[in-house]
Design a protein around this ligand. Structure first.
Ligand code: SDX
Length: 431
């Protein structure tokens, strides 16, 4: 932790309390309230954690006003353009860009852990064919703690490293097999001669009846989607992984908790919800009705793929994703895709509407990722699993950072209690 260079003064009932403050390398200063309850007998109150730092971290930084996203200091647009997903995984995990030798070793370790224990297939077969692939991923990833006992002891740095590599390596296989199971096709095994994104596409779309050749433009777009979703500070699913891990639970169980949280439509489920919304809108002329519904306080409808807790400017990932969407749709000859036409017109209208501009509701990463994934042939139910594959490295990196922190304590928030005060039990005959 940095040295505290100044303090904040809080006066409660005439009594002054002095709280240390810390200065970051970037972003807002923080007030250290760890001793507030002991000193002043009060809690702070921040449902949704809009003004609360849950930890210190050196992994990812977001400037919501500038629309900036840095991974270990490197801007996301440079990483999307010049790097690739496994190199970004190395950067997030170990803090620096790898040398050629380090990258080759890392990619080899990931490549050689992509297969699942053969007996894990039976977990898939226990689900109904129409099970949502996120339900399958939560179950299978949690079950990994029943198979990989040699990497569940979080106090052993070597076991933490093995669990990290296993998670990053096996998530594409788990997601692809969940997809294959849902369409009644045989599982396709990973191949060691393919890169990460190509391997995933082949496991999803190859069939035993014929050879499958990955289109390099599609694998580049897939790799870019993985890169853009890799990590994002203390978002809901990462905070879930950190909180679960703070009890000492094994990494597989904690990642399963993160997958469960990511599933929600307000978070990683937004890409699926966005595509379903665009299809529900159907035609460009229907857009104004939905814009009015999104503004109506009495209507729960929201424009999925718009808005963000942190970005009050354009999501830098959406900019890169928009470029990939155009490339993929042009390659596939479907730039006249009706869903894309509705998406582009919706974006134009929303960005010119005072309500959305005043509330700074710009398209986020999920707005364009769904369009690309749909164009690549994925069903909407696979959009969030793909987000989970990518975000696994972020969850794991944040998990490793927290576990290695000597200050780590079990997370246990308090509350503002508004319920009944102490009262005696009433026998049923007297109620
Ligand atoms: C992700 O945290 C992360 O980093 C997440 C993520 C990551 O990489 O991990 O970036 C991934 O989850 C991206 C966000 C995907 N979600 C969606 O696209 C779902 C639609 N978006 C909204 O649900 C919402 O914008 C949130 C949840 C993303 C953010 O909500 P906040 O910050 O809690 O803001 P809010 O709900 O308090 O809304 C502020 C105002 C409200 O109006 P008022 O009450 O002030 O009058 O903006 C309105 C909201 O009604 N508003 C919207 C809106 N989002 C917010 N109105 C219409 N459509 C929307 N999408």
């Amino acid at each position: 932790m940095p040295e505290s260079t100044k303090t904040a003064k809080l006066t409660i009932d005439g009594q002054e309390h002095e709280l240390p403050m810390f200065s970051p390398t970037a972003g807002p200063e923080v007030i250290d309230i760890r001793k507030l309850y002991a000193d002043a007998g009060v809690f702070t109150y921040d449902p949704g954690f809009t003004s609360t730092a849950s930890c210190d971290s050196t992994i990812t930084y977001i400037d919501g006003d500038k629309g900036e996203l840095l991974h270990r200091g490197y801007p996301i647009d440079q990483l999307a353009e010049k790097s690739h997903y496994l190199e970004v995984c190395y950067l997030l995990l170990y803090g620096e860009l790898p040398t050629a030798a380090q990258l080759e070793d890392f990619e080899s370790r990931v490549t050689n852990h992509t297969m699942l224990h053969e007996q894990m297939q039976y977990f898939f077969r226990g689900f109904r064919r129409d099970a949502h692939p996120m339900a399958i991923m939560v179950g299978v990833v949690g079950a990994m703690s029943a198979f990989y006992h040699d990497s569940t002891d979080i106090t052993d740095p070597w076991q933490r490293e093995v669990a990290s590599i296993r998670m990053i390596a096996k998530m594409p296989t788990i997601a692809a097999w969940a997809y294959k199971y849902s369409i009644g096709q045989p599982f396709v095994y990973p191949r060691n001669d393919l890169d990460y994104a190509s391997n995933f596409l082949r496991m999803c779309f190859a069939v035993p009846a014929e050879d499958y050749v990955v289109d390099p433009i599609l694998s580049r777009a897939m790799d870019r989607i993985f890169t853009l979703h890799a990590d994002h500070e203390q978002n809901a699913s990462t905070s879930t992984v950190r909180l679960a891990s703070s009890s000492g639970a094994n990494p597989f169980a904690c990642i399963a908790a993160g997958i469960a949280c990511l599933w929600g439509p307000a978070h990683g489920g937004a890409n699926q919800a966005c595509l379903e919304m665009l299809k529900q809108i159907g035609e460009v002329e229907n857009i104004p009705e939905y814009i009015e519904r999104a503004k109506d306080k009495n209507d729960p409808f929201r424009l999925m793929g718009f808005g963000h807790r942190v970005y009050k400017n354009f999501d830098p990932r959406a900019k890169v994703m928009k470029q990939s969407a155009d490339e993929v749709l042009e390659l596939l000859g479907i730039e006249n895709n009706k869903v894309l036409q509705v998406a582009k017109e919706l974006e134009r209208i929303a960005l010119s509407d005072d309500y959305f501009r005043d509330k700074k509701l710009f398209p986020n990463v999920d707005f364009y990722s769904g369009i690309i994934l749909e164009a690549m042939g994925f069903p909407t139910s696979m959009f969030t699993p793909i987000f989970a594959v990518s975000r696994t490295v972020g969850w794991i990196s944040q998990w490793k950072e927290m576990i290695a922190d000597p200050q780590m304590k079990i997370g246990r928030p308090r509350q503002l209690y508004l319920g009944a005060t102490n009262r005696d039990y009433v026998d049923i005959e007297n109620r």
